[in-house]
Design a protein around this ligand. Structure first.
Ligand code: PBG
Length: 331
């Protein structure tokens, strides 16, 4: 044993003063740990608040540059973009996903033009574009087809990279998509476009408000358990991560966040690679609801949960609270 027993050792000595607590603090949250997800809508001059995500809105392309500027000024290195595709552009073949003038590509170009020093992460998955709300193409029985979907994802990732995305983040959970995307990026000269793989993404009840935000909730037929992971599994998460790394993922992600901190911790320990966590929409909504009900102080809840990710070993966190957290950290 490396310490003397009580009373020679009193743990509370380390907590007695503010400067001592500060000195002994093991983990710290910094604005550079944060990735801010932003929703895009069609039109111009538009802000559309999202009912199930109080405080979060969809922004039209012309207003996004301001958000990007806000991120940069707060020291948030990366923003993540998610489109709410107009319903007449959704289809069973998800063609809009590979349209070089779709919402996401237009947003990327506008942001890169106005605020070139903010990183842009894009979601690679078909759910904002399909008529049935699934992340991939389906057969007649509604089964999500793997290899046919990967073919579209590869084209989608390429279109995003060509528009200027810095990190493409496949969130679809198809098998083999990371390797296929890496190949095309390499072949087409996008050597420095990174891949953040949603490696361990669970079929979760915490995605509801996000589906409202991208407009897929009402469309979704059935559930996503045929491709997203069973919340009961962790060994499987390690296999998923290992495969994505072998296929060329630069960094991996665990999603959702708080209920899966054990997964973050195991992944970080097992592989020692940049490991991100997504504090998803339902987690955000839960904190907001708790604060609104007087169950806890919003600012304190936000900082404590985000610090928990750091303690678990996360390199960073995608969170809708990113701007608030960055402001709180700055003091
Ligand atoms: C879809 C996608 C989802 C989220 C990110 N990308 C939803 C889903 O899988 O149904 C959820 C994010 C959140 O809830 O904040 N590919």
């Amino acid at each position: 044993m490396s310490y003397a027993p009580y009373p020679a050792m009193r743990m509370r000595r380390g907590r007695a003063t503010s400067w001592m607590r500060e000195m002994l603090q093991e983990h710290r949250l910094h604005p550079s740990d944060l990735i801010w997800p932003l929703f895009i809508c069609d039109g111009s001059g538009d802000e559309q608040p999202i009912g199930s995500l109080p405080g979060v809105s969809r922004w039209s392309v012309d207003r996004l540059a301001d958000k990007a500027r806000e991120a940069r000024d707060l020291g948030i290195p990366v923003i993540a973009l998610f489109p709410n595709t107009p319903s007449d552009r959704r289809s069973v073949t998800a063609e809009e996903a590979v349209n070089v003038d779709n919402l996401i590509c237009r947003a990327i170009r506008a942001i890169k033009d106005a605020v070139p020093d903010v990183g842009i992460l894009t979601d690679v998955a078909l759910d904002p574009y399909t008529a049935h709300g699934h992340d991939g193409l389906t057969d007649d029985a509604g089964y999500v087809l793997n290899d046919e979907t990967v073919d579209v994802l590869v084209r989608q990732a390429l279109v995003q990279a060509e528009a200027g995305a810095d990190i493409v983040a496949p969130s679809d959970m198809m098998d083999g998509r990371v390797g296929a995307i890496r190949d095309v990026l390499e072949r087409e000269g996008h050597r420095n476009v990174a891949i953040m793989a949603y490696a361990a993404k669970y079929a979760s009840a915490f995605y509801g408000p996000f589906r409202d935000a991208v407009g897929s909730r009402g469309l979704l037929k059935g559930d996503k358990r045929g491709y997203q992971m069973n919340p009961a599994n962790i060994e499987e998460a390690l296999r998923e991560v290992e495969m994505d790394l072998a296929e060329g993922a630069d960094m991996v992600m665990v999603k959702p966040g708080l209920p899966y901190l054990d997964v973050v911790s195991r992944v970080k320990e097992a592989f020692g690679v940049p490991t991100f966590a997504y504090q998803v929409s339902g987690e955000y909504a839960m904190i907001e609801a708790a604060a609104a009900a007087g169950a806890g102080d919003r600012d304190a809840l936000v900082l404590e949960t985000l610090l928990g990710f750091k303690r678990a070993g996360a390199s960073g966190v995608l969170t809708y609270h990113a701007p608030l957290a960055a402001k709180l950290i700055a003091g």
